[in-house]
Design a protein around this ligand. Structure first.
Ligand code: HEC
Ligand code: HEC
Length: 323
């Protein structure tokens, strides 16, 4: 029922490519640009965000263009082609890179950050940094970032913080939350709903509703595979159509369903033991070794996280959040 009601709206958003911006957050529209070289590159960049699976993914006609190894689009997580506040916006990202990135303990350019998502969120290979596709994505991000101050994190970046629960998030309860609130779109088995071949062709997208786990989803080294990151994203943005201003799930439900999602099988990212070389900066909810402090891996994955933060503060002089 829910699925039938929303699917027409969701499909039309996919065709348009960009979900409308929100009050107090004006994003320039790539369609307003003339059909000149700059306008074409900006619109190609937007297409790469919305139609990643067919342009740089497994459905690209040219095998050499299959950089992404998943069926997701950038937009699967960067909602509204990255124009939506607190839905991991790409708008504004232009002004905050190059930046220090804890995962590599070094400064990374916007291109390198994009390739971080290529390798993990899209479970693929990096795009050539000097290639046409990377240039277009960066040009699009620069275009939709117009009006945002350079060097300053904007209001609406990432996802809104959530107070951490005192108990461990509960994947068993989370399964019930999933069945009730998510399965209608993402499928009872979390594998999403694939578009019919003709719709996939016309939209350039593989899924009507993307998979939350399994071979076609993000890998286990992705930011979305951390329970706090996933809970914040889901609380502010899911079920689809929800915005941060009016969350639907309780905070407890968001943490429990996130714990359920991150405990499901997905592709493996090799080499994560080298992540966060400065261990004091490793997020408390990173679910892979080596871990900071004397806590079991299950506590990193599901919490309670406050004792880990307290340990980090006492031992590293700073309590790091999930960021
Ligand atoms: C599975 C979800 C997912 C997909 C798909 C995804 N990303 Fe991301 N992306 C994230 C998350 C989550 C973050 C926030 C940082 C973190 O916690 O890892 C992020 C951060 C970013 C950032 C930095 C934003 C900032 O404010 O610092 C950029 C740029 C970015 N992604 C670009 C892309 C591009 C381009 C694609 C497609 C090629 C893509 N992402 C696909 C989840 C995703
Ligand atoms: C009304 C349909 C709908 C419902 C219900 C829904 N989602 Fe989504 N979800 C979507 C769509 C559509 C996208 C991708 C957005 C896009 O491509 O524009 C998405 C994207 C996601 C993503 C990032 C992409 C991926 O595949 O991992 C996560 C995580 C997610 N949803 C989790 C949830 C959770 C957890 C629930 C239940 C609390 C939920 N969703 C309920 C439609 C829905």
């Amino acid at each position: 029922m829910l699925k039938r009601v929303v699917s027409a709206a969701v499909l039309s958003m996919m065709f348009v490519g960009v979900v409308n911006a929100q009050p107090g957050w004006t994003i320039p529209d790539p369609n307003s640009l003339p059909d000149d070289a700059f306008g074409q590159v900006v619109r190609y960049g937007r297409d790469l965000i919305v139609k990643s699976s067919s342009l740089i993914g497994p459905d690209a006609p040219d095998p050499a263009m299959r950089y992404s190894g998943s069926g997701l689009e950038c937009q699967s997580c960067h909602l509204g082609a990255g124009t939506q506040r607190f839905a991991l916006p790409l708008a504004g990202a232009w002004g905050v890179f190059p930046a220090y990135i804890a995962r590599e303990n070094g400064v990374r350019t916007l291109e390198e950050r994009i390739n971080g998502c290529m390798e993990r969120s899209l479970n693929g290979k990096p795009l050539p940094v000097d290639g046409k596709e990377m240039k277009a994505i960066v040009t699009y991000i620069r275009f939709v970032s117009a009006g945002e101050p350079v060097g300053q994190s904007l209001d609406g970046r990432g996802t809104p913080p959530l107070p951490l629960p005192d108990r461990a998030a509960d994947p068993v309860r989370g399964r019930a939350v999933f069945t009730q609130n998510c399965a209608a779109c993402h499928g009872p088995d979390g594998q999403g709903v694939r578009l019919a071949p003709e719709d996939a062709k016309s939209t350039g997208r593989r899924y009507q509703y993307p998979p939350l786990w399994g071979p076609d989803s993000f890998n286990d080294g992705a930011g979305m595979n951390r329970a706090i990151t996933a809970a914040r994203f889901v609380h502010a943005n899911m079920p689809f159509g929800t915005t941060f201003a009016a969350p639907v799930l309780s905070e407890a439900d968001a943490f429990d369903v996130a714990a359920f999602v991150v405990s499901q099988p997905r592709p493996h990212q090799a080499g994560t033991e080298a992540d966060f070389p400065d261990r004091s900066r490793k997020p408390v909810d990173a679910g892979y070794a080596p871990f900071i402090g004397p806590f079991p891996s299950s506590q990193h994955r599901f919490g309670p996280w406050k004792p880990i933060q307290a340990w980090a503060k006492a031992n590293h002089g700073a309590a790091r959040t999930a960021d």
